[in-house]
Design a protein around this ligand. Structure first.
Ligand SMILES: NC(=O)c1ccc[n+]([C@@H]2O[C@H](COP(=O)([O-])OP(=O)(O)OC[C@H]3O[C@@H](n4cnc5c(N)ncnc54)[C@H](OP(=O)(O)O)[C@@H]3O)[C@@H](O)[C@H]2O)c1
Length: 219
């Protein structure tokens, strides 16, 4: 059953949450903060995760699945800090859990391109990424949700490795967007400074099947 403010449930105020989780066996948390900054992220995930876990415990939920981001355990700033906090809260809860860490999605890359309105072009860090389609994230999360709790983490990433600035240039070209990409080590991602390999998954990650060109052709 989908649960969000659109469905009358707010994980920050807790409004409607107990009723929504009554009878649930598995909770899959794919909520997100209103902005991907450290401040907004910390405020959101501290409160939302505590409320969700408390309501899940009251409802006798047997498996709590949280969607996190590749790099959450490694990057110590920005939105990633908030995702690490979410992972910590989930991990120390008595409810059996699974954490799925997904790499940057193609859809999120598109959102970054739209949001960056600087006059000299889109500023992007030269970080290595293995981006994937949201559909592949959803499939991995669904697979984990119906399985035995991992009591740990599964990482999910895409089939190809790119430099983020090169990938952004390919996306702008495919969009017919005349803006150029400015390679900028200070651009970071989601208000965090990212080193060259900081966004790559750990060895053993589950690899989605959708390539960038497949995603472009399907959208
Ligand atoms: N996009 C990526 O590249 C990526 C990669 C890895 C991991 N993730 C993780 O995936 C999760 C979802 O990301 P997304 O890009 O899908 O975010 P999104 O499109 O912004 O969706 C966020 C969802 O959270 C719900 N929500 C927000 N505030 C809420 C509240 N107070 N109470 C109840 N529901 C609320 C929203 O529904 P309503 O507006 O109806 O409330 C919406 O369904 C995040 O945890 C993110 O860290 C994303």
């Amino acid at each position: 059953m989908p649960v969000s403010r659109h469905h009358g449930v707010d994980v920050i105020t807790g409004s409607g949450l107990d009723e929504a989780l009554r009878g649930a066996e598995v909770v899959v948390d794919v909520t997100d903060a209103p902005a991907r900054t450290e401040e907004a992220g910390l405020h959101f995930f501290r409160t939302a995760t505590a409320n969700l876990l408390a309501a899940a415990a009251s409802a006798g939920v047997e498996h709590h699945v949280a969607l996190s981001v590749v790099g959450a355990q490694r990057l110590r700033s920005g939105y990633f800090l908030a995702k690490e906090l979410q992972e910590y809260q989930v991990g120390k809860s008595p409810i059996p859990h699974s954490i799925v860490r997904a790499a940057l999605s193609f859809e999120a890359l598109q959102a970054i391109a739209v949001a960056d309105t600087r006059p000299d072009g889109v500023h992007v860090a030269p970080a290595l990424v293995r981006p994937l389609a949201t559909d592949d994230v959803a499939a991995a999360v669904a697979h984990v949700a119906v399985g035995v709790p991992l009591l740990g983490t599964l990482e999910v990433a895409g089939p190809e490795e790119y430099r983020l600035d090169d990938l952004m240039a390919k996306l702008l070209a495919a969009n017919g967007d005349a803006r150029s990409v400015v390679t900028d080590v200070r651009a970071g991602l989601f208000a965090a400074q990212v080193g060259k390999g900081a966004l790559l998954p750990e060895p053993g990650a589950h690899i989605g099947h959708t390539t960038f060109s497949m995603w472009l052709a399907q959208r």
